[in-house]
Structure formats: structure tokens, C-alpha cells
Design a binder for this molecule. Structure first.
Ligand code: SF4
Ligand code: SF4
Length: 235
């Protein structure tokens, strides 16, 4: 069972008994076989992942999205999703030999492996779990905290919380609009606005976090405006 696929289907129960604390221990040592970078079709990229990859390849985020990803509306999330495409031989397009060619900028989901991370609405913080693995060695002992530190991933990643929150709020808003039979072209306007401010409105010469926070403020304001519009008696 693929935990991420189950989570995308909305099945949070799949994590029962799997959630870890920052002090939970696990044993793992990657042997560099590259198998997790092949036949892997569940890598979703967040804006920060795309920004980091774009920066490392001297491209814009739009160019990275056009060359290496597929964008679609998540069946359950109801928001635009950016999904890493498979390259030749069903391998990640960034895999060269058995090495990641964007190692220093690789998506956080790759850096976290074998851990997975989710943000559960209302919990106020990121939660971690150990994915089912049948690779590598089990010779080195880590805590969740020490694994995150190894890869420079903040324990409480404010960005990840904001990002998850915005997706959840917009997903609820669009789901509600669809249930009220808002015409499809209007939903496409929402998706287009969401996509542009989530993934495209970034200047590669400026700091990511400042631009991300500005974009999230824009999206919060526009969602409030739409909610007020649909709540007005004349609509
Ligand atoms: S981005 Fe790098 S680590 Fe992640 S799947 Fe691709 S090659 Fe592997
Ligand atoms: S994480 Fe596992 S599958 Fe991926 S390269 Fe390391 S040992 Fe191989």
C-alpha cells in the first residue's frame, strides 16, 4: 500500500499507528542504488521545491514546470497539483546514472525519504511517519530530529504549514463551489488564479520566502472576496 496515494484519496486512517514524534527512532542507511528514483510516480512538487530546482538549473519556475512536470487538478484535493514526470526508462528526469543531478536542491519529499511528512488540519504542526521500505541497510540509527537536521529541513517548517493550510482552504472552497454547481468556467478561473500565484509569480533573483508570503496573502484576500461574493443574496 502506498501511503501517499491513500492520503491523496483522503484516507488519513492509513497513518494510524505510524505517526512519529521528533524523538522516535528508526534505522536506515541509503546504499545509493537509485531504485527510489525509478518507477516513482508520486513525487509532487511544492513551490519551494520548484524554485530550488529552477535556481540550481538556471531556469525559471515556468520552464521547470513545462519541461519536467505535469499539472492537473487533484481528484480529492481539488487544487492544482504539480507532478514530476517520468524521464527515459521510467526514471526521474533528474536521475543521471544512479545519482540525483539536483541533489543539493532536490524536492523535500526526496530528502525526507524514508520519512514522510504531512500536515493534519488543526494539529498545528507537521507530522512524520516512516514509509514502508525494502531498500538500503538498517545499520545507522537516527531520530526524526537528527534525520531532519542531516538534510537541513526545519523541524517546524512554517512554509510547509502555510502551504498545506492554503491548499486545504482553497480545496474546501472549490469543493463547496462545485457542490453548489458553480459553472465549470468559473472553477477554471479559480484554478488559474490559484496556479499562477502558487507556482508562477516568482522572480528568480529575489528571495523565495518573501515572495511566497506575498503570494499567499494575495490568495487569502481573493478567496475572502469570492466567499463574500457567493454569500451575497443576489448570487
Ligand atoms: S529529484 Fe533526485 S532524488 Fe528525487 S526522484 Fe529525482 S533523481 Fe531521485
Ligand atoms: S533510498 Fe533506498 S531505493 Fe533510494 S537510493 Fe537509497 S537505498 Fe536505493
Amino acid at each position: 500500500m502506498n501511503v501517499f496515494e491513500e492520503l491523496q484519496r483522503g484516507n488519513v486512517d492509513v497513518l494510524k499507528d505510524k505517526l512519529m514524534t521528533l524523538d522516535s527512532e528508526f534505522c536506515f542507511e541509503c546504499d545509493g542504488c537509485g531504485r527510489c528514483c525509478r518507477n516513482q510516480d508520486t513525487i509532487l512538487l511544492s513551490p519551494r521545491d520548484i524554485y530550488n530546482v529552477a535556481k540550481s538549473l538556471h531556469l525559471t519556475m515556468k520552464q521547470v514546470i513545462e519541461r519536467y512536470t505535469d499539472v492537473y487538478i487533484g481528484r480529492n484535493s481539488r487544487v492544482p497539483v504539480v507532478h514530476l514526470l517520468e524521464g527515459p526508462n521510467k526514471a526521474c528526469p533528474f536521475l543521471k546514472g544512479n545519482q540525483c543531478s539536483v541533489h543539493a536542491a532536490k524536492p523535500v519529499v526526496c530528502a525526507l525519504y524514508p520519512l514522510g511528512r504531512i500536515y493534519i488540519d488543526g494539529s498545528g504542526s507537521a507530522r512524520y511517519f516512516l514509509q514502508d521500505t525494502n531498500c538500503g541497510k538498517h545499520t545507522k540509527r537516527y531520530t526524526v530530529r537528527s534525520w531532519l537536521a542531516t538534510f537541513g529541513i526545519p523541524e517546524q517548517d512554517i512554509y510547509f504549514q502555510q502551504w498545506s493550510q492554503v491548499l486545504s482552504e482553497w480545496g474546501n472552497f472549490i469543493r463547496h463551489a462545485e457542490e453548489r454547481a458553480v459553472p465549470a468556467p468559473v472553477c477554471w478561473l479559480f484554478w488559474n488564479e490559484l496556479y499562477i500565484w502558487l507556482y508562477e509569480k516568482y522572480d528568480m533573483n529575489q528571495d523565495f520566502t518573501t515572495q511566497f508570503e506575498r503570494n499567499m496573502n494575495v490568495l487569502s484576500r481573493s478567496k475572502l472576496y469570492y466567499e463574500a461574493y457567493f454569500a451575497s443574496p443576489s448570487t
